[in-house]
Design a protein around this ligand. Structure first.
Ligand code: HXC
Length: 227
């Protein structure tokens, strides 16, 4: 398949997707999200592949939904075209996906990272949900996956202020990412973890992924135990 906005490769059993729309800091236009989904599905059905790594450039993982595309749409277009369909489809990928994030991961870019199963951050990674500054809500996980990752108060703060200043170390302290690495090491670290995962039993890996994603937030479990 010919892709224009991503670069797809493999390293042994690891499928690699590099977002490659540098002029727009990997803003998630329809073509880009379509290509990412297509590549993910191809890796998911490829028996040689055990895990997948998604990365961007040093400057940007992804600076969000494509604002220019977003502004052209009316609410009726958004509903008719099911513009966030790609996001729900990514949740159906059975193989583990690791995000190696450098630079900006804002809005839909932060949400794309959170759709992945593990996030590693480069030292210069910065996360945020600036949707509120555009008068919209973080519609692809910012109000759901982010709460699971960092808890309610921090998720509220991030989404309500629209601040784009959650740097790698703070993201690590908050639990959003699993580790922080030098800019030039984060990708290779992600690939090495993906290789390790690829050696494990594929059915067990798929079941673990599915079970962990079914887990409600710890707060929810606490509530049930409490009553
Ligand atoms: C379209 C974008 C873009 C975006 C950057 N670009 N972000 N194009 N959509 N989200 C384009 C710019 O227009 C510019 O193109 C080029 O990328 C470089 O960007 P600069 O702004 O010149 O770079 P810099 O000064 O380094 O600033 C980087 C930045 C800033 C801080 C990341 O670009 C920025 O604030 N971007 C918007 C971030 C944002 O609000 N994202 C959330 C979107 S809402 P030209 O051609 O002009 O040079 C969202 C909703 C999610 O994500 C809903 C679910 C999917």
């Amino acid at each position: 398949t010919k892709y224009e906005m991503i670069i797809v490769s493999t390293d042994g059993p690891v499928g690699i997707i590099r977002l490659n729309r540098p002029d727009a800091l990997n803003a998630l236009c329809r073509q880009l999200t379509t290509e990412v989904l297509q590549a993910l599905k191809a890796f998911d059905t490829d028996r040689q592949i055990g895990a997948i790594v998604i990365t961007g450039s040093d400057r940007a993982f992804a600076a969000g939904a494509d604002i220019k595309e977003m502004y052209q749409k009316k609410l009726s277009d958004i509903l008719n075209e099911d513009v966030l369909n790609w996001a729900s489809e990514i949740s159906s990928i059975r193989k583990p996906i690791i995000a190696a994030v450098n630079g900006y991961a804002f809005g839909g870019g932060c949400e794309l990272a959170m759709m992945c199963d593990i996030i590693y951050a480069g030292e210069k990674a910065v996360f945020g949900q600036p949707e509120i500054n555009l008068g919209v809500i973080p519609g692809a996980g910012g109000t759901q996956r982010l709460v699971k990752a960092v808890g309610k108060s921090k998720a509220m703060e991030i989404c309500l202020t629209g601040n784009v200043n959650l740097r790698a170390q703070e993201a690590y302290a908050a639990g959003l990412v699993s580790g922080v690495y030098p800019v030039d090491k984060v990708f290779s670290h992600a690939v090495s973890v993906a290789k390790k995962i690829s050696q494990q039993s594929q059915p067990a890996i798929a079941m673990i992924k599915s079970a962990i994603n079914e887990c409600k937030s710890p707060l929810h479990i606490l509530t049930i135990e409490h009553y």
